[in-house]
Design a binder for this molecule. Sequence first.
Ligand code: SF4
Length: 316
Amino acid sequence: MNVIKKEDTGLVIGIPKALFYFQHNLLWESFFKNLGCRVILSEDTNIEIMNNGIKLCGNENCLPIKIFHGHVHYLADKADIIFIPRYMSLNKNEYTCPQFCGIPDIAPLNIGKDIRVIEVRLHLDKAVNITVDSLKDIAFHLNIDIKEVATAFIKALDTHNASIKKDEKAIHGSSSSEEGYSHNIVVLGHPYMIYDRYLSMNLIKKLNDRKIRVLTSKNLDYNTKRENAFPFQDKVFWEIGLDNLGSCFAYTKNKSISGMIYLTPFACGLDSLIIEFIERRIKKESTMPFLKLTVDEHSGEAGFDTRLEAFLDMIS
Ligand code: SF4
């Protein structure tokens, strides 16, 4: 990566609206804005972004990885530098999947254009120093004092943490009937599936429009999710797998929940195991209606809606 002069800031940093974005958008947008950079985001996922991503990837890649490539492709001619963080592990003994953590290497190779990528490495199972070192790299490449970079990062982290607390509080608010909702439904899956309106076929809005309150793993705190994930099996080591297992098993104990939907992308190796655990557990210990919706690049909205309608008929 070439050294970029401090007087260049006003530098345009492109952030792809995919994968990590749906968990940590505030963190990274705030971080670069705190550094005085201009941040641009790719558009919301759309058919063009998806098709471009598909062309750039091999068949073995899962749908969210293909979509991510479409977002990087979108930013390639618009940003000076594209930000692609390297998420190895976000908690002790918990890892991200290999496709996800390899993305800062894979995407530039597949894009084939001369794009400049900047990364922050997160490997919290191993050492916080790995992140500190990558902040030093950013300070060097952007020619900004490391103290300024560290301050910008800590400030951004505060902004991010405050938003997490807000999401967790949502479940402790008023009951569904007080808010005019007829039912509570849990939607599980990767954040980059359930919060991407295109990939999720607007699932959350469709449920809200029917006066259904949607709860996700964001509405539970970390400890609740981990305490509920482990008793089922030996520990799985994927962070997102633990989130979904823990959320599922915690929510099945909650009598105010009417049903659960798991939204999964085609070709996710991790989900193939996690959903199997969930389905077996629900069958054995609960009567909660459960719907698995798989989305791939050929999925049509009509078929998706038909399955959703049938499920909602069952719980109403
Ligand atoms: S966890 Fe699944 S969907 Fe996510 S990047 Fe890995 S294979 Fe793809």
